[in-house]
Design a protein around this ligand. Structure first.
Ligand SMILES: [Zn+2]
Ligand SMILES: [Zn+2]
Length: 378
């Protein structure tokens, strides 16, 4: 058992408290990781605001992170102490119906136990100082100095990749790239509209650019985010707060886009993704919407063979995709410095949430172990 510091969310809508908590040793098939860095993702904020339900409390949030393996439980064969790993939020089983169909991000036990806030055996490794259990967030809970995760959630990455960059690969990058490569399947010369240019949206822009898309139309209410999108390879920026945004996008794409990728998760932007499509095209919704949200579309337009498709965690194979994307970063093909606006520590997560609520900046990286995170001086 370890004692460590972790940011604990005790109640919805409350700030997190930095607490000394306990972490059990890894059980069979689990891995203990010393966390180097964690990204603050919109899903963490959505949880803290109650948009993902209120049952998994108290909890240690954080699901986008990377670190160094410190110890492994019985039977672990894929990683060893000293390995650098990026966390995957889907420790897919390989044998359930979804896994057998090749849709591993929809793995049934992964979904079930993530929703319960436990490890894959239904129990927890995290406890408060008084011994009461704390819930896990998507098996990762990396707003903490250490994490015990299932073996399949600890994906080995090249040592050459700085760990603060590796943190981003495990959610923002895999989600954004997956939407473009695995779901939209963007081809060279096709037009792409990216609605929402935060941490994931910027990765969608980067992936569309690598796929050879043209034009790549970035849409956001913030000029700062549009500027970042243009720097990441967008050809045009459209200010969504102005009237006529849909018309402008349709005009830029010659009458409707081949692909609209929505990365916000609210009704107005999902509808906007639908409205900018050319006949026969499909909108991909990446944005995580709060429970209960409904979206309406004009049903007559189904006659034009338009489609609306969901996507989760890139809809690919995290075990293959994370190392491959990590290597792209190492090779200089995917600059991540541009998507990070702030570096902070475990105490600074609530401020990062606040920036996200106000739409200010891009990704915040929580540097937890500065000695190994390799973060640039700020
Ligand atoms: Zn995320
Ligand atoms: Zn499965």
């Amino acid at each position: 058992m370890k004692r460590m510091r972790a940011a604990v969310l005790r109640d919805i809508g409350q700030p997190m408290t930095l607490e000394e908590v306990r972490l059990d040793s890894p059980h069979a098939g689990e891995v203990l990781v010393r966390v180097a860095a964690a990204g603050v993702c919109h899903s963490d904020l959505l949880f803290a605001e109650g948009g993902l339900g209120t049952k998994r409390l108290p909890i240690v949030l954080g699901h986008e992170g990377a670190g160094v393996v410190e110890a492994v439980g019985e039977g672990v064969t894929q990683v060893a102490a000293g390995d650098h790993v990026s966390f995957s939020i889907v420790p897919f089983c390989g044998v359930c119906r979804a896994c057998r169909n090749g849709e591993v991000t929809l793995c049934e036990p992964s979904g079930e136990y993530a929703y319960r806030g436990t490890m894959l055996d239904g129990t927890m490794r995290l406890q408060s100082a008084d011994g009461s259990s704390l819930k896990h967030f998507n098996f990762v809970s990396c707003f903490a100095e250490y994490a015990v995760v299932p073996e399949a959630s600890a994906i080995p990455i090249p040592r050459a990749l700085p760990l603060w960059e590796a943190a981003l690969v495990g959610c923002g990058v895999i989600t954004g790239f997956g939407a473009v490569r695995n779901v939209a399947k963007v081809k060279p010369g096709e037009s792409v509209c990216v609605i929402g240019c935060g941490g994931v949206g910027l990765q969608v822009v980067a992936a569309a650019q690598r796929a050879g898309a043209r034009p790549i139309i970035a849409v956001d209410r913030s000029q700062e985010k549009l500027d970042r999108a243009l720097a990441m390879g967008a050809s045009d920026g459209v200010d969504a707060s102005r009237d006529g945004a849909v018309g402008r996008i349709r005009e830029l794409s010659g009458g409707g886009v081949d692909h609209a990728i929505e990365v916000v998760g609210i009704a107005a932007t999902i509808r906007q993704a639908w409205d900018v499509l050319r006949p026969g095209a499909t909108a991909v919704v990446v944005g995580l919407a709060p429970r209960g949200l409904e979206v309406s579309i004009p049903a007559i337009e189904l006659l034009s063979a338009k489609g609306l498709k969901g996507c989760f965690y890139g809809s690919g194979n995290p075990r293959a995709d994370i190392p491959q994307l990590a290597q792209m970063v190492v090779d200089g093909k995917l600059p991540l410095r541009e998507v990070v606006s702030d570096f902070t520590d475990l105490q600074g997560i609530d401020e990062a949430f606040d920036r996200m609520r106000r739409g200010v900046g891009a990704r915040t990286i929580v540097v937890i172990d500065a000695a190994v995170a390799g973060a640039p001086a700020t």
